[in-house]
Design a protein around this ligand. Structure first.
Ligand code: NAD
Length: 499
């Protein structure tokens, strides 16, 4: 059985602990590897290596740090195919989608390659007589990232690209479900010229997460995962005096106005609700048609589009999406479908009990459509994170606007319309962090920033873009005067002012 080790101080490191977790191939249902589940012992070793390496890395001029990012990008592009296959074999998403996972992470690496510009401080000449003020953005020291299973390449790169480019050491605790690609990325960073100890990977579950949150030498923690754990990580990390950003779950709505281009909407909804088996925090699992006529037309158009979807193993080039991540998650999704039926939703397309010939033990869930869902239903209130699209009918624009605004999650939302005024009004007023206008998955490009509101995001700064630079640096402000040697003025016992 393949063993997945920690990556500490520039090399594979076995664990002191005997605990290990199963890594499945979701397409077959088989265990394909075992991952070490570490403890504070491995974390202490990683922190010691980070402490030894970080001052030298922070003192390296930013252009040289940026060049490591350039070389890393070339290496990842060289290995794109093998990374995508490795990723798909542990996650279950199809190969083309796995390539997208890697590419969206590389976009952030490209942003990080511009770090000399992004990290510049501010300067005011003559803020007072002979006085200049300037600020600099210094690295926070050692940062950590705790990442979810659903983007095992992109989300680690969201974090370690900016964190490392600005001069920090970074310790990554990837999801124990698909941990191989994060380790491979750390190996490639070393090959790209990153000093040992600057990017390390420790594996584990809650025990390792708690060790990270409690470690006094780790100054900042970035977390992405489900909301209850995000809130826990935020509270415990902040109580330990750390800077914490913690992104949580989602339930994104797509508002379909009566004037929308319905053919386009159906294509967009199918891709955004069922792509990656719905296991995206920016998936679009709730369609909100405005008016009964729109709702009926949408439903009728969705039924054949859903019937045409092809579910397949992750390396089937014709498949639209693959299996979900574990058998437990498959059971959970099917449980939510049953809850929806029990709560009175209408099951239009049932994806439960889906099996594939030759892959009977794979974790497949067929595409599912529920209509006449209401805000009172738990199946609407909670995140399902599977290939389940729900229709919740709204009589008018104001009701449609209120649904995502009042929902506990506020990650992403989309509106489909040809009416510029309605779109603008919606974008201004909706209580959600990322908005798409005729764009179903509005994940911002790397030089903007990613982050949801309400229970989708705890903490202040978003991921990547200038928000990422701010999160991974602290500002130092210098007020300087260079006197000419002549002693002037009285002793100052009053707070200096510039009046
Ligand atoms: P998860 O919360 O189960 O796991 C995330 C991380 O937390 C993993 O590294 C895991 O090892 C760790 N963890 C698990 N249980 C823990 C515990 N009890 N205490 C401490 N740490 C623990 O999430 P997941 O299933 O891997 O990922 C799916 C979730 O992530 C969904 O809710 C999805 O919406 C969310 N997500 C959010 C974003 C975003 O940016 N908002 C992006 C991707 C995924």
């Amino acid at each position: 059985m393949r063993q997945i080790d920690h990556f500490i101080a520039g090399g594979a490191a076995g664990g002191a602990s005997v605990r290990a977790g199963d890594v499945f191939n979701p397409s077959t249902g088989e265990v394909q590897a075992r991952v070490a589940l570490g403890t504070s012992i491995e974390l202490d070793r990683a922190v010691a290596a980070a402490q030894a390496a970080q001052p030298g890395w922070a003192a390296t001029n930013p252009q040289r740090r940026a060049r490591v990012m350039f070389r890393f990008k070339e290496l990842v592009e060289r290995e794109m195919d093998s990374l995508a296959h490795l990723l798909a074999s542990e996650h279950g998403k199809v190969i083309a989608d796995a390539r997208g996972d890697v590419q969206r992470g590389l976009d952030v690496i490209e942003f990080a390659a511009g770090i000399p510009h992004a990290q510049k401080g501010e300067y005011t000449q003559g803020a007072g007589p002979g006085i200049d003020v300037y600020s600099m953005r210094q690295p926070i020291g050692i940062g950590a990232g705790i990442t979810p299973f659903n983007f095992p390449a992109m989300i680690p790169m969201w974090m370690f690209g900016p964190a490392i480019a600005v001069g920090n050491a970074f310790i990554l605790k990837p999801s124990e479900r698909d941990p191989s690609v994060p380790v491979r990325l750390a190996e490639l960073m070393l090959e790209a010229g990153l000093p040992e100890g600057i990017l390390q990977v420790v594996h584990g579950d809650k025990e390792m997460v708690d060790a990270i949150l409690d470690h006094p030498a780790i100054s900042a923690v970035s977390f992405v995962g489900s909301s209850d754990i995000a809130q826990y990580v935020y509270a415990r990390g902040v109580a330990a005096g750390k800077r914490v950003q913690a992104m949580g779950g989602a339930k994104n709505h797509g508002i379909v106005m009566p004037d929308a281009d319905l053919d386009q909407v159906v294509k967009d909804l199918c891709g955004a609700a069922f792509g990656s088996a719905g296991e995206r925090c920016m998936a679009l699992p709730v369609a909100v048609p405005v008016g009964e006529k729109t709702a009926n037309e949408l439903r009728e158009a969705l039924i054949p589009a859903i019937a045409a979807l092809k579910v397949g193993v992750s390396n089937d080039a014709d498949a639209h999406y693959g299996p979900v991540v574990t058998a437990a998650h498959k059971a959970r999704i099917e449980g939510w479908i049953q809850t929806g039926i029990d709560e009175g939703a209408e099951l239009v397309v049932d994806g439960r009990g889906f099996t594939m010939q030759g892959h009977e033990n794979g974790f497949f869930v067929g595409p599912t459509l529920l209509d006449r869902v209401t805000p009172a239903m738990r199946c609407y209130q909670e995140e399902i994170f599977g290939p389940v699209l729900q229709i919740i009918r709204a009589p008018d624009f104001e009701t449609a606007l209120r649904l995502p605004s009042d929902h506990q999650y506020g990650n992403g939302v989309a509106i489909f319309t040809r009416n510029g005024h309605a779109a603008r009004e919606f974008a201004q007023r909706v209580n959600v962090g990322m908005v798409g206008i005729n764009v179903p998955i509005p994940v911002p490009v790397a030089y903007h920033s990613f982050g949801g509101w309400k229970r989708s995001g705890f903490g202040d700064h978003n991921q990547h873009g200038m928000e990422g630079v701010r999160f991974w640096t602290k500002v130092k402000t210098v007020t300087q005067r260079w006197p000419d040697g002549s002693v002037t003025g009285e002793n100052a016992f009053v707070i200096p002012t510039m009046v």
